[in-house]
Ligand binder design. Structure first.
Ligand SMILES: *Cc1c(COP(=O)(O)O)cnc(C)c1O
Length: 242
């Protein structure tokens, strides 16, 4: 496809997704601007990011530190906000904390403090979300729900980072309704923590919903949806270099 056709396709996809988010929000009695759309550009190049930005997109998500930093560098002339949404290895945590304004995948206290150290050294603000492993899936990352309180308590030790909410990645299903109970459970966990007296600012965001289930997520209270293939197209099955 020509670059022009690519740009038009990305713009049309974004417009459709924004409309569907607004409709889902309206069904739940929520304003459309209560939901932040992250365009997940992993495996796609800087040109795809430029195409989305030209269509008004500001927030972008990546799941690998190296790939994200390269893409951010290649688009540094644009005012974009980068979200790291993939699992982080310990040895990349400090660099990540110094480089990204948002990280959605904090799942242990040591990682939290390393990210904070990176942000503090770089003198940059850092918003963090705690990834919750609701399903107890051995193959997935995230902290079990019973570990979330200890993580919230540790946030008091942070110098530059602030906790702003919770994130979940439900078990994969091609039926969007299969995700609904997981989204409800994340919201209920958030409500329980609020009832227990944890600060509302640390629990303001619910990052949940992807291409196949973002409308269900918005109906269940998502404040952030992470949408990739529905914007940019199918990702090739070819594995990326680590
Ligand atoms: C890849 C990815 C997404 C986007 O997935 P799509 O199905 O392409 O929308 C969202 N969240 C995380 C954590 C991801 O790794």
């Amino acid at each position: 496809m020509s670059p022009e056709a690519d740009r038009a396709r990305v713009a049309a996809n974004l417009a459709r997704i924004r409309a569907r988010i607004a409709e889902a929000a309206a069904r739940a009695g929520r304003p459309a601007d209560a939901v932040r759309l992250i365009a997940v550009s992993k495996t796609f190049g800087p040109e795809a990011v430029r195409a989305a930005h030209a269509a008004g997109q500001v927030d972008f998500g990546e799941n690998k530190v190296q790939e994200a930093l390269a893409k951010a560098e290649a688009t540094r002339d644009l005012p974009l906000t980068w979200h790291l949404i993939g699992h982080l290895q310990r040895n990349k945590a400090k660099r990540a904390g110094a480089s990204f304004p948002w990280i959605h995948t904090v799942d242990d206290p040591d990682l939290l403090l390393r990210l904070d150290a990176g942000a503090a050294e770089a003198a940059r603000p850092l918003r963090l979300l705690l990834q919750v492993d609701l399903a107890g899936e051995a193959t997935k990352f995230g902290a079990p729900p019973e570990a979330i309180r200890a993580l919230l308590d540790r946030a008091a030790d942070c110098r530059a980072a602030t906790l702003v909410g919770l994130m979940v990645l439900p078990p994969w299903s091609d039926d969007p309704e299969a995700s609904r109970p997981w989204f409800q459970r994340l919201r209920e966990l958030r409500d329980q923590l609020l009832a227990d007296g944890y600060p509302p600012a640390a629990l303001a965001e619910l990052s949940m919903g992807m291409s196949n289930d973002f409308e269900v997520a918005v109906e269940e209270g998502a404040t952030i949806v992470r949408v990739g293939s529905a914007i940019f197209g199918a990702r090739s099955a070819q594995p990326l270099a680590p």
